[in-house]
Design a protein around this ligand. Structure first.
Ligand code: ATP
Length: 466
């Protein structure tokens, strides 16, 4: 069952089936960078697609944008990232390794150190003998210091301070700086949202847990602008809405929970933040998504720093105000990992001869499954294979489909079970007579026989209905 699946198993499964590879592996790999293979890329696209569908297409009050990764450096001064987007770094003098000080303290003592000042952490590390360098057990640490997580780069050929730029550490700011553009060019009225999906970059001190924490990752963020005073209600609304999104995609509700950030640990812009956490078998409860009440902090700061008025004029009430913002911010990579872990099953199942066999099956929701269906001819020979090929060619423009004519049908089913393909369509000798094919369900392994010309509609219904 999924709760016992180890990280090693998931990592090797992801590689073996072409979901995720270590980046630059032929050169020994680079820590914390991963590449998505043929199945992974499809699944990632499906996750984005599902998010966009529910956040933008299904709503009348949300529009999308796609902003640049490299923005004006002042954006990050205004947003507070230059000053406060830091993790606490501690260096061990014995091994030369660097650690996140709060993690080092918490792992050794159970003390929750997030939010402590560098001085407090330094003192704690010096005084508490339980805190040791995990590599060599040493207790000689340099003073804790803040480390800014933004990746720096230079625009143009001259590496001078005035050309300093950053790779965005969150997609949100691309939305705030376009608030006025969107207001002026689309007919949105508060309350409304702007959604964006894209890469973000953070120079994490200790990336890890496979694709859970990397230095380059993809975010799906939506800034929902509301009238001040209605923000708390909207916050509740989005927490529920977002939690349901995960259960609709098939994540087991018992593996999801909400985590309320304590007041003293809130980010500099937040009035209240609630995370949606997933119970990863290897890391315990960890954040998939944060839903923050960012107040009017960002628009107000960008107003101050840019000199542009970033207000909304409410015609009905004949007054202007700076809207408050509710932000659901999720990570594509973390969601993909959670979906895989939740769907991974090893179970006993009868084969064609009725004998019990071990099967690995990814019980992914059809909407996120990399391949929606596979088409098999019972034999490679004509005319059965020609009929199967025709069916495949006819359907393949609708979604990712897979054609497989090698090995026994049982073997072909198992391969698709492992890849999470929800439906397999088989063309056999009887098809030549009755013009019917069988559709086999991945999870129940039940088969139904339907006319070949009904396959398109049936699959469309099966994929969208579940
Ligand atoms: P954490 O506490 O785990 O570092 P965070 O609270 O800093 O995360 P947010 O700033 O709220 O994260 O970002 C929103 C989402 O972006 C997170 O819920 C997560 O899904 C994703 N995310 C953030 N940092 C990373 C990362 N280094 N690797 C992968 N995904 C990330």
């Amino acid at each position: 069952m999924s709760q016992t699946v180890s990280m090693e198993k998931i990592v090797s499964f992801c590689k073996r089936r072409g979901f995720v590879y270590q980046s630059s592996e032929i050169y020994g790999g680079i820590r914390s960078s991963y590449d998505y293979g043929p199945l992974g890329v499809e699944m990632k696209r499906n996750i984005r697609e599902e998010w966009w569908r529910s956040m933008v297409y299904m709503r009348d009050d949300v529009v999308g944008i796609d902003a640049a990764v490299i923005m004006h450096p002042k954006v990050w001064e205004a947003s507070g990232h230059v000053e406060t987007f830091n993790d606490m770094l501690v260096e061990s003098r014995t091994s030369g390794r660097r650690y996140r000080a709060d993690h080092l303290i918490e792992e050794a003592t159970g003390i929750d150190a997030e939010g402590m000042s560098p001085e407090e952490m330094t003192r704690l590390i010096q005084e508490d003998e339980r805190i040791k360098d995990p590599v060599d057990g040493g207790r000689d640490f340099a003073p804790v210091r803040p480390f800014n997580l933004m990746f720096e780069t230079y625009t143009g050929p001259v590496k001078s301070p005035e050309n300093l730029a950053y790779l965005r550490p969150e997609t949100a700011q691309g939305i705030f700086v376009n608030f006025k553009n969107v207001l002026q060019t689309s007919r949105v009225k508060v309350p409304f949202g702007i959604a964006q999906i894209g890469k973000s970059f953070r120079n994490e001190i200790t990336p890890g847990n496979f694709i859970f924490r990397t230095r380059e990752f993809e975010q799906m963020e939506m800034e929902f602008f509301v009238e001040p005073g209605t923000d708390e209600e909207w916050h509740e609304y989005w927490i529920e809405e977002r939690r349901e999104w995960y259960t609709r995609l098939g994540i087991r509700p018992e593996n999801l929970r909400l985590y309320e950030h304590p007041k003293e640990k809130l980010s500099h812009y937040s009035k209240r933040t609630v995370d949606i956490e997933y119970n990863f078998p290897f890391a315990g409860w960890s954040e998939l998504e944060g839903i923050a009440n960012r107040t009017d902090y960002d628009l107000r700061r960008h107003s101050e720093y840019s000199g542009e008025k970033l207000e909304y004029f409410d015609q009905a009430k004949n007054r202007s105000y700076i809207p408050y913002v509710i932000e659901p911010a999720a990570g594509v990579d973390r969601i993909l990992l959670a979906l895989l872990v939740d769907a991974y099953h090893e179970e006993e199942a009868p084969n064609a001869k009725g004998e019990l066999e071990r099967r690995t099956v990814l019980k992914l929701h059809p909407r996120v499954a990399p391949t929606k269906a596979a088409v098999f001819p019972l034999t490679k020979k004509e005319p059965v294979s020609a009929v199967a090929r025709r069916l495949y060619d006819d359907l393949k423009g609708d979604y990712r489909l897979f054609y497989d004519d090698s090995g026994s049908i049982g073997r072909r089913y198992r391969r698709q079970d492992e890849a999470g393909t929800p439906f397999c369509v088989t063309v056999d000798f009887d098809t030549l007579e009755d013009k019917k094919v069988t559709i086999r369900d991945r999870d129940t392994m039940e088969q139904e026989r339907i006319p070949i010309e009904a396959v398109r509609d049936r699959l469309a219904k099966l994929i969208s209905a579940s």
